[in-house]
Design a protein around this ligand. Structure first.
Ligand code: AMP
Ligand code: GLY
Length: 426
């Protein structure tokens, strides 16, 4: 079976790594891939938003199965396009991917079907948005409606900050058309967790829970990033809470989408805020999390092809997930300055030694090869992922490996997983 993975990050490297273990897979292609992916797949220079280019490649190469990493391909409708051309592809169609592509669509759906989430209002008019900020007071959260690469959300603790955020989105159009509409919502305190499941629109098969670390600095301070590290499982999601999320969030959301004529197939990712035993939805993503995919795929023992095909064929009920009970931790190594500006092109040392570590995989996110050397080529560069008998050991193993790797100005958070350790010991 020839498989195509769309995307270029650590998540896609983890998908390629997992697919390479499938006895069914004979060739893996990745568009566009990165320096690490190139060691285990054939990288093709087609961008994730070039749907026509991806379709032309998949058709010409007789690709049997396509897996999609990033939301942009899904919200643009890659699944509709490939399916119309008779190609097998894993992910939601465009209409269902709007769950991530439009926060207004998502919030209105959740409100209509009484799925727990923050109170909100949406505005297409700047002055009305400003008046609402004055009426509500702070703290509150301002969000651009559309995709903004994780940057379209501002948590505001001062009125001036909230007004500046509305102007950033609506007047300065910092996120282009994504800012045609703005959401202003209630600030929810609590602890975040990621709840990611496979669904064929009927059966929902959750992966283990996980937790991302969105802020750039230790102690969850500084601006938000794409994610500086992740671990699985997330002890904040107790068995009771797990049952609650399945019953009150996942099942009703899948049902609601079907009722709205947008049946959902693929990976459904709920970003949750948990407080006092209650989970509320912060966001939905229509894809695997990055970096959550790295620890999750390390723990998944099933053949990924079997699970994905069962989703496409609507037989997910026939699958049960086989999960490694050991926890896994991913520490992201980033270019210094990220999520602001940073310098690319520094040679990365220590990767060979890191690759020889048992129970550790170094997933590449922003690397490329230049003159036979791997160099940093993005904000998030590597995701050093370790699995061990307990969380403390997995954290230690990941950081030991991180210490072997170096490039100029490389940066990582030193406290990935500490929140889970504190919870375990309390
Ligand atoms: P989103 O992309 O909507 O998940 O927002 C990105 C991040 O902003 C989340 O992971 C949270 O850390 C934070 N956030 C979003 N909405 C809220 C909210 N209503 N209350 C508190 N924090 C929020
Ligand atoms: N880790 C957050 C995300 O994938 O959106």
């Amino acid at each position: 079976m020839k498989v195509l993975v769309v995307g270029a990050g650590g998540r896609e490297h983890a998908m390629v790594w997992k697919l390479a273990q499938s006895p069914q897979v004979t060739a893996i292609f990745c568009a566009p891939g990165n320096g690490g992916i190139a060691k285990m797949a054939t990288c093709v220079p087609v961008a994730a938003d070039d749907l026509a280019g991806l379709l032309a490649f998949a058709t010409a190469t007789d690709i049997d199965l396509t897996l999609v990493g990033p939301e942009i391909s899904l919200t643009l409708g890659i699944v509709d396009l490939f399916a119309e051309a008779g190609l097998r592809i894993f992910g939601p169609e465009r209409k269902a991917a709007a769950l991530e592509g439009s926060k207004v669509f998502m919030k209105d759906l959740l409100a209509k079907y009484e799925i727990p989430s923050a109170h909100y209002a949406s505005f297409t008019d700047r002055d009305q948005a400003m008046a609402y900020v004055d009426k509500m007071g702070v703290p509150l959260v301002v969000k651009a409606d559309g995709l903004a690469a994780g940057k379209g959300v501002v948590v505001c603790h001062h009125i001036a900050e909230a007004k500046a955020a509305v102007d950033l989105v609506m007047t300065e159009r910092a996120f282009g058309d994504a800012g045609d509409e703005v959401i202003i919502e209630e600030f929810l305190p609590g602890e975040e967790a990621s709840f990611i499941a496979f669904t064929d629109g009927k059966t929902i098969l959750p992966l283990p829970t996980s937790q991302d670390h969105k802020a750039v600095f230790a102690g969850d301070t500084g601006p938000n990033t794409g994610g500086m590290g992740a671990y699985s499982p997330a002890p904040v999601v107790t068995p009771e809470l797990h049952a609650q999320v399945m019953e009150k969030v996942m099942a009703p959301t899948v049902k609601a989408l079907a009722a709205e004529g947008a049946p959902y197939k693929g990976m459904l990712y709920a970003g949750l805020m948990i407080r006092n035993g209650v989970a509320k939805v912060l966001e939905f993503n229509c894809r695997f999390g990055d970096p959550e995919a790295q620890p999750l795929l390390m723990r998944l023992k099933n053949d990924l092809v079997e699970v994905v095909e069962a989703v496409i064929d609507g037989n997910l009920a026939s699958i049960s997930l086989d999960i490694d009970p050991r926890p896994a931790v991913c520490v992201v190594m980033a270019s210094g300055g990220y999520p602001g500006s940073y310098t690319k092109g520094y040679p990365i040392s220590g990767l060979d030694r890191a690759a020889s570590q048992k129970d550790v995989v170094v997933f590449h996110a922003g690397t490329t090869e230049k003159n036979g050397e791997l160099i940093n080529a993005g904000g998030r560069v590597l995701g050093v992922t370790a699995i061990a008998d307990d969380l403390e050991k997995a954290i230690a193993k990941a950081y030991q490996t991180v210490e072997m790797i170096h490039w100029q100005d490389c940066y990582f958070r030193g406290d990935i997983g500490q929140k889970a350790l504190r919870r375990q010991s309390s």
